[in-house]
Design a protein around this ligand. Structure first.
Ligand SMILES: Nc1ncnc2c1ncn2[C@@H]1O[C@H](COP(=O)(O)OP(=O)(O)OP(=O)(O)O)[C@@H](O)[C@H]1O
Ligand SMILES: [Mg+2]
Length: 153
């Protein structure tokens, strides 16, 4: 049973890894972003809701998703919740920083965060990140000038 912030959480958890892919990423920061999304999913669900983590390739990007079967987020709130200190309902715990941090981390990786949600539909947060450049490409043709670290005078 997963443990979030020291509290044991009973939800139906699913892991849906469709593709494996290589990313150039800061694992610690990306982990923080995923933690923030999972924390939100836990905060807005109750037993027996489901929380699903997924990964798949979408063209030349990887989509990492955190989906929950909670109450969903009304369309008019969806833009605003990525702003710092924005919270859906003021009575709730939390500073309203989690999603602003997710957005900053993802954009620092040249990625994008998307949301698909609506009242009664649950919420899916999707992080899109570019694939790492391929390392098995052909070597540069012989005789072609190689980049030099020295400047020309
Ligand atoms: N999975 C979700 N389901 C429903 N509402 C959500 C979900 N994730 C985020 N929200 C809404 O977006 C708001 C902003 O989320 P964010 O993570 O930025 O802040 P927070 O969770 O309120 O506080 P903090 O993350 O700083 O503890 C939340 O207050 C909530 O209203
Ligand atoms: Mg949060």
């Amino acid at each position: 049973m997963p443990c979030v912030a020291g509290v044991t959480v009973s939800r139906r958890w699913r892991l849906e890894i469709q593709d494996e892919a290589e990313l150039e990423a800061d694992g610690t920061r990306l982990g923080l972003a995923l933690d923030a999304l999972v924390e939100n999913a836990v905060e807005h669900t109750a037993e027996p809701d489901m929380i699903e983590l997924g990964a798949r390739r979408v063209g030349n990007r990887v989509a990492i998703t955190v989906r929950d079967t909670g109450p969903g987020i009304p369309p008019e709130q969806q833009e605003r919740i990525f702003e710092r200190f924005a919270r859906g309902s003021p009575g709730r715990r939390g500073a309203g920083l989690g999603l602003a941090i997710v957005k900053a981390i993802v954009e620092a990786h040249r990625g994008q965060v998307r949301i698909a949600s609506g009242p009664g539909r649950g919420s899916t947060f999707e992080i899109l990140l570019p694939l790492a450049p391929r390392r098995d490409g052909p070597p540069p043709p012989a005789g072609e000038p190689q980049p030099s670290r020295r400047g020309s005078r």
